[in-house]
Design a protein around this ligand. Structure first.
Ligand SMILES: Nc1ncnc2c1ncn2[C@@H]1O[C@H](COP(=O)(O)OP(=O)(O)OP(=O)(O)O)[C@@H](O)[C@H]1O
Length: 448
C-alpha cells in the first residue's frame, strides 16, 4: 500500500541531529537534506508541504546567508511551502527576519523535539486548511450565489438573503443597516427585483450627497404644493421602488416632510398623492436606533421606515467570503484589465483572510482591480493587493502566542462556518478530536 503520510523535509547539516529528527516524526514521511542544493532537489522531487530549515548551512555554517538563500529559493519554487526556520542562541533577530521574508515560523536551538513537533503539526494543519480554502474558491462562484447576484458562502449572509426574499413580495418598509461597502445598494436592487414591482423603475437617491434644499427638490419636485409637478423622484419611482441611501443624513425638517407625505398617502384619499404607489426602501451605515435616542432622527419616522431592519454583516464577519469574492471579481475583470491573471497566490489567500476589511466589499473590489492592473505574474500576490499577510488590517502582532491564537480562531471560525456549526464535522476538518475542539472553543470564548 502506498504511504499516504504527509511529507516533511528537514534541512540540517548536523548528522547527529539529522538522525534524531528522522526518528522523532514517524507520523510523517521524513526527507533529509544537508545543504541548499540537496534541499532544492528534494523540494522539486517530493514537494513536501512542510520544511524545517537550519539557517546555518554550509558553506556558511556559522552565519545565516546560506540559510536565507535556501529559504528564498524554496519560496520562489513552491510559495505555499510552510518553512520553519531554526535559530541558534542569540539569533532571534535572524529568525524574525526570516519570518518577515515569509518563513512560516521559527524554533530555538537546541531543539526541543516535543515543541518542534507541535509547530510542525500546526504547519501541516494550516497548509491543509489553506488548500481546502483554495479548493472552495476554485469551486466558486456559481453555486455560491444568492438573490441572483450576491456572492457569498457565509451562513450569516445567506440568512440576510433569505430575509430579503421573504420581505420582497410584501410592501413592508425595510431598512438595510450595514457599514459602507457591505452591499446595501446591491441588496436594495435585489429586493426590488424579487418584488412584484420588478418591472417598475428602481430609483436611487443618496441623501448624503445633496444639500437639504436640493434633496427636497429631488424628492418632492420643484413645487411640492403643485400636484401637476411630477418632477420629484418619489413620483418618478411610482410603480417601482425608491431607494433612499444614507437616510440618516436627511435633516430634521426634511424628515418632517417625508413623514407628512407618508401620512398623507396613508389616508383614505391618499391615492391622489403624487408617488402614492412608490415603495420606499432605506439604508444607512449609521445606527438609526441610537440616533432616535439622541434626537437627531425622528422616532416616528424611524418606526415607519424601519418596519423590518435587515442587518448586513461586515465582510470580516463572513468567513471565507473575501477569497470567494476576490475570485469573483478577478474572473469578472480579467478580460478587460489583465487576461494573463489566472488566480490568487497562496499568500494572497492568507492575506485576504487576515485583513479586517474596514471598507468591506467595496474595498476588496478596489484592491482586486488595482492588483489586476499591477500584477506581473499569473497569480495575484498579497503585495499586488497591497496587503501585508501578517498585518491583519493594522492589528499589530505583538508576539507569536497572539499570532497563533489569531490563526487558531480564524481556522476554527472557518471550519464552523463550512460545516454549519457542526462540531464533529468542524473537528474533522481541523484534524482534531471533538473534545479538543470543545476545549478550544471554551478557551477562546467562542460559541459552539
Ligand atoms: N456579496 C456581493 N457579491 C458580489 N458583489 C458585491 C457583493 N457585495 C457588494 N458587492 C459589490 O461591491 C460594491 C459595493 O457594494 P454596494 O455599493 O452595494 O455597497 P454599499 O453598502 O451600498 O456601499 P456604500 O455604503 O459605500 O454606498 C458594488 O460594486 C457591489 O456590486
Amino acid at each position: 500500500m502506498s504511504d499516504t503520510r504527509p511529507k516533511l523535509l528537514i534541512v540540517e547539516d548536523d548528522p547527529g541531529l539529522q538522525r534524531q529528527l528522522r526518528w522523532a516524526y514517524d507520523a510523517y514521511r521524513v526527507f533529509i537534506a544537508g545543504d541548499r542544493e540537496e534541499a532544492i532537489d528534494m523540494l522539486r522531487a517530493e514537494a513536501p508541504d512542510v520544511v524545517t530549515l537550519d539557517l546555518g548551512l554550509p558553506p556558511d555554517p556559522d552565519g545565516t546567508s546560506e540559510g536565507f538563500a535556501t529559504l528564498a529559493d524554496m519560496l520562489r519554487i513552491k510559495p505555499d511551502t510552510k518553512i520553519i526556520v531554526a535559530s541558534g542562541h542569540g539569533e532571534r533577530e535572524s529568525a524574525l527576519e526570516a519570518i518577515a521574508g515569509s518563513a512560516y515560523d521559527f524554533y530555538q536551538k537546541p531543539v526541543d523535539i516535543h515543541e518542534l513537533g507541535l509547530i510542525v503539526r500546526r504547519a501541516f494543519h494550516v497548509q491543509a486548511l489553506e488548500r481546502d480554502n483554495a479548493r472552495l474558491v476554485e469551486a466558486a462562484p456559481r453555486d455560491k450565489q444568492v438573490l441572483g447576484r450576491v456572492i457569498t458562502a457565509a451562513p450569516e449572509m445567506t440568512k440576510v438573503a433569505r430575509t430579503i426574499e421573504r420581505v420582497a413580495p410584501t410592501d413592508v418598509f425595510v431598512l438595510l443597516a450595514g457599514g459602507s461597502g457591505t452591499g446595501k445598494g446591491m441588496l436594495a436592487e435585489a429586493l426590488h427585483d424579487a418584488s412584484q414591482r420588478r418591472d417598475g423603475p428602481f430609483v436611487t437617491v443618496n441623501c448624503a450627497a445633496l444639500s437639504s434644499a436640493m434633496l427636497e427638490a429631488e424628492l418632492f419636485g420643484r413645487d411640492p404644493g403643485d400636484a401637476s409637478d411630477a418632477g420629484g423622484r418619489i413620483n418618478a419611482a411610482r410603480g417601482g421602488t425608491l431607494f433612499l441611501d444614507e437616510v440618516a443624513d436627511m435633516d430634521l425638517s426634511l424628515q418632517a416632510q417625508l413623514l407628512l407625505f407618508l401620512k398623507q398617502r396613508g389616508n383614505a384619499d391618499g391615492k391622489a398623492v403624487n408617488g402614492a404607489d412608490t415603495r420606499i426602501l432605506c439604508a444607512s451605515h449609521r445606527d438609526l436606533g441610537a440616533m432616535t435616542a439622541a434626537g437627531t432622527f425622528r422616532e416616528d419616522l424611524y418606526y415607519r421606515l424601519a418596519e423590518v431592519v435587515v442587518r448586513i454583516p461586515a465582510l470580516k464577519d463572513r468567513p471565507g467570503d473575501p477569497a470567494l469574492l476576490a475570485r469573483h471579481f478577478l474572473n469578472r475583470l480579467a478580460d478587460d484589465l489583465n487576461p494573463q491573471v489566472k488566480g490568487l497566490a497562496p499568500d494572497a489567500l492568507a492575506a485576504l483572510d487576515a485583513w479586517s476589511w474596514p471598507g468591506n466589499v467595496r474595498e476588496l473590489e478596489n484592491r482586486v482591480k488595482r492588483a489586476m492592473i499591477l500584477a506581473e505574474g499569473k497569480l495575484i500576490t498579497a503585495a499586488d493587493l497591497d496587503l501585508d499577510p501578517e498585518a491583519g488590517g493594522g492589528a499589530d502582532i505583538i508576539n507569536l502566542k497572539l499570532a497563533r491564537e489569531m490563526a487558531d480562531r480564524r481556522a476554527i471560525r472557518h471550519a464552523m462556518a463550512r460545516t454549519d456549526g457542526n462540531i464533529s464535522g468542524a473537528a474533522r476538518m481541523l484534524g482534531i478530536s471533538r473534545p479538543t475542539l470543545y476545549d478550544l472553543l471554551k478557551h477562546y470564548h467562542m460559541q459552539g
